[in-house]
Design a protein around this ligand. Structure first.
Ligand code: ADP
Length: 707
């Protein structure tokens, strides 16, 4: 049906996109050429399209292995919306539904099949797939195959054998984890380039995120953290706060609720039902702040997050960047801030010690269990077993060691209905420590690696240089430039030397000061900066700041430059900041003289580099370009609100689907700018292709007509 269509045609027709994002096109071409590929793109880089689009062209079905069971249905629903026949098989289905889907797959009804990795445990399932023509075997979140990755899943190790059993279909392995060791491990574990397979093509792209301000704030303790979180939530409104423990999640969520901030909490101690409710609330836009332990948000696709705060230091740079990278997926400026306190390092060390037992602990627990279980099975919680191991203060390490001893066949652990805990028993014949064949060297190496990763994360926090460069170098991008326009360190450096402004800069200063003069004492720095760069955000329009002659006067220079300029003028005494919860700006006498060119004073001017980068980052990334164009192109805020409300209702009516499944924000903005009247106009709007137009077009046009 689509054989004659080019990838570009399909990109527009099914996905509603005009251009490929950076890095997508070469991957699509390589896959269409039958090549094995390893694709490393950051979260939000657009990995899914790399296999979804070829799936429309290739002969046969594309099998997608994805660990995100909770999101599988949403992903498949999203495809079906786009008129791409897709289905999924995971543990949420009952056996009769599975059989029915397999039957349909055999008749060629689907182009894509999403499967949870544990499904391949079933030999029967593999046998059923084997005769099918598998065009592509896509492995999403492929870092899960690597023991050096932060999310190792043993089920992924089986995939190498599955590929063999399926007759070596072409493979696309995709991940956001860019460390070279994980990349090499993916290739090795899948035997890519071996056993008759050609070496894979590896694609790394898109790690630089020009719209993210990376920052680290030193904090003394919990009180400091909360103050900073409060400030950020007030300023940036929508985002995620990551904590390393459940206790911290609950504490931060409670404190935010006490500040009347609508918050959802999300951690592993909640029931599936509670978690789903939190997730739906957050994804549906009813709640703007999520507080979560680090597992939350994997694959969460809410693109309008304006901040990600790390309440505690995470265990590795890749974990940090993956989580921080969930901010600003729509390309708009967003802030990622790590709240750093040396005491928190201990929590991470505790986790690493807990996950990586030493030889002494393994030997000690082996001997202890021989003693405790010699008269038969014991029903003892982990904490109690730990009490029999003097010198071990970390219950977590006992849990990991029990797991290891169970895996190596020394003990069995069963959970009986109604009992208070697991029953532990020795497996006959009882094995000595040597018989267990535990690879202590490998365990030691992993432990060292994990500690090494934590050290690199601490170095990131302590680092005085460019934070973007630090991260890109870590991922092996040696071209990373030494200075960015927007990390806290580069901003601070740019602000340390005062000099006489040039003629051109004097004009810029006059414009900034005259904007302050016009709103004298009524607005704070954010609003004034927004006005100068020509923002049409709700706050600006509500305050009618868009009607000022100074609105948009410095739009060329970008928000970071303008923000720093205002800061320089405050430091120099040209602008006065009021005290109180919402500080406002007013012109001082000196400021008035500078504005009227009666006086010229030395200032710490922001670097022009900052303004240049602001411009080039707008024109470089296709997504950033279009989103800022949408921003620059005025759009009707009132219509935007009407469309948002309609989308919320629609999402609820469709069974609480995430709002983006209907239209993402940038589509609503473009609709509010272009106000399409006909079906043809509709197809000119960003994010609307034929599939979306067929599904929601009539309703959308009707709303706009009525408006
Ligand atoms: P990843 O899996 O890499 O985290 P996704 O595949 O979920 O990223 O894509 C991230 C976002 O980018 C999604 O909202 C998707 O619709 C959007 N996207 C993907 N390809 C394009 C494109 N060519 N143009 C514009 N947006 C795109």
């Amino acid at each position: 049906m689509t054989a004659a269509a080019t990838p570009h045609d399909l990109l527009h027709k099914h996905f509603g996109f005009r251009e490929f994002l950076e890095g997508q096109e070469p991957v699509v071409s390589a896959i269409l050429g039958g090549q094995d590929v390893v694709v490393i793109m950051p979260t939000g880089g657009g990995k899914s399209l790399c296999f979804q689009l070829p799936a429309l062209i290739l002969d046969g079905i594309t099998v997608v292995v994805s660990p995100l069971i909770a999101l599988m249905k949403d992903q498949v629903d999203g495809l079906v919306e786009k008129k791409i026949p897709a289905t999924f098989i995971n543990s949420s289905l009952d056996p009769s539904e599975v059989s029915e889907r397999i039957r349909d797959i055999k008749t060629g009804k689907y182009r894509l099949l999403y499967v949870a990795p544990e499904r391949f445990k079933s030999e029967r399932f593999v046998r059923e797939l084997a005769p099918l023509s598998i065009a592509l075997f896509a492995i999403d979140e492929a870092h899960c195959i690597s023991q050096w990755g932060h999310d190792f899943r043993p089920d992924y190790l089986r995939l190498k054998h599955v590929l063999k059993d399926l007759g070596h279909p072409p493979v696309a392995a995709l991940t956001a984890t860019a460390t070279p060791e994980v990349r090499d491990d993916i290739i090795a574990q899948l035997s890519l380039g071996q056993a008759g397979r050609k070496p894979p093509q590896v694609f790394v792209s898109g790690f630089a995120r020009h719209n993210l301000t990376l920052a680290v704030t030193r904090v003394q303790g919990q009180k400091d953290k909360l103050t900073r979180i409060g400030e950020m939530v007030r300023e940036f409104k929508t985002g995620i706060i990551y904590c390393s423990t459940r206790k911290n999640v609950e504490r931060v969520a409670d404190d935010l609720s006490a500040m009347n901030v609508k918050t959802v909490a999300y951690h592993a101690g909640m029931t599936d039902e509670q978690r789903k409710r939190s997730q739906d609330k957050f994804m549906g836009g009813n709640c703007s702040v999520a507080v979560a332990t680090n597992a939350f948000g994997m694959g969460i696709d809410r693109s309008d997050l304006r901040f990600v705060i790390h309440h505690d230091i995470p265990g590795s740079i890749e974990a940090y960047y993956q989580e921080a990278g969930r901010a600003g997926r729509d390309g708009e400026p967003s802030r990622c801030e790590l709240l750093f306190n040396y005491a928190d390092v201990r929590t991470q060390e505790f986790f690493i010690e807990g996950a990586n037992p030493t030889r002494e602990i393994i030997a000690g627990l082996h001997a202890t269990l021989l003693r405790l279980c010699k008269n038969g099975p014991i029903e003892m919680p982990i904490a109690e077993i730990a009490e029999h191991m003097p010198g071990t203060s970390n219950d977590m390490v006992i849990g990991s060691t029990l797991f290891l001893l169970q895996r190596s066949g020394f003990i069995g652990r069963d959970y009986m209905q109604g009992s208070r805990t697991y029953t532990t028993s020795l497996v006959e014949p009882v094995k000595s420590l040597a018989d267990l064949k535990i690879d202590f060297e490998k365990l030691d190496a992993k432990r060292k690696r994990d500690f090494g990763k934590l050290q690199r994360t601490i170095q990131y926090a302590d680092n005085q240089g460019c934070r973007h460069q630090f991260i890109l170098r870590y991922f092996g991008d040696t071209d990373a430039t030494e200075s960015c326009p927007i990390c806290d360190n580069c901003l601070a450096r740019a602000q340390t030397t005062a000099r006489m402004p040039s003629e051109e800069e004097i004009v810029i200063i006059q414009k900034a000061l005259s904007c302050v003069a016009r709103v004298n004492g009524r607005f704070g720095r954010s609003r004034i900066a927004q006005t100068l760069v020509g923002s049409r955000s709700k706050e600006v329009l509500d305050a009618k700041l868009d009607e000022l002659p100074t609105h948009g006067m410095l739009s060329d220079l970008g928000p970071d430059y303008v923000w720093s300029l205002l800061n320089a003028l405050i430091q120099a005494g040209c602008i006065e900041v009021s005290s109180g919860e919402y500080p406002t700006l007013a012109l001082t006498e000196l400021g008035g003289e500078v504005m009227r060119r009666k006086k010229n004073i030395p200032l710490v001017m922001p670097s022009r580099e900052m303004a240049k980068k602001a411009k080039s980052s707008r024109s470089k990334s296709s997504r950033a370009t279009s989103s800022s164009q949408v921003d620059e192109e005025p759009y009707d805020e009132k219509l935007f609100e009407v469309l948002k409300k309609w989308r919320r209702d629609k999402a609820t009516a469709l069974g609480n689907v995430p709002a983006y499944v209907i239209y993402p924000d940038r589509t609503l903005k473009d609709l509010s700018a272009k106000k399409p009247k006909t079906d043809a106009d509709l197809l000119e709007v960003r994010g609307i292709g034929e599939a979306k137009a067929a599904k929601f077009g009539a309703e959308t046009l009707e709303i706009i007509r009525k408006f």
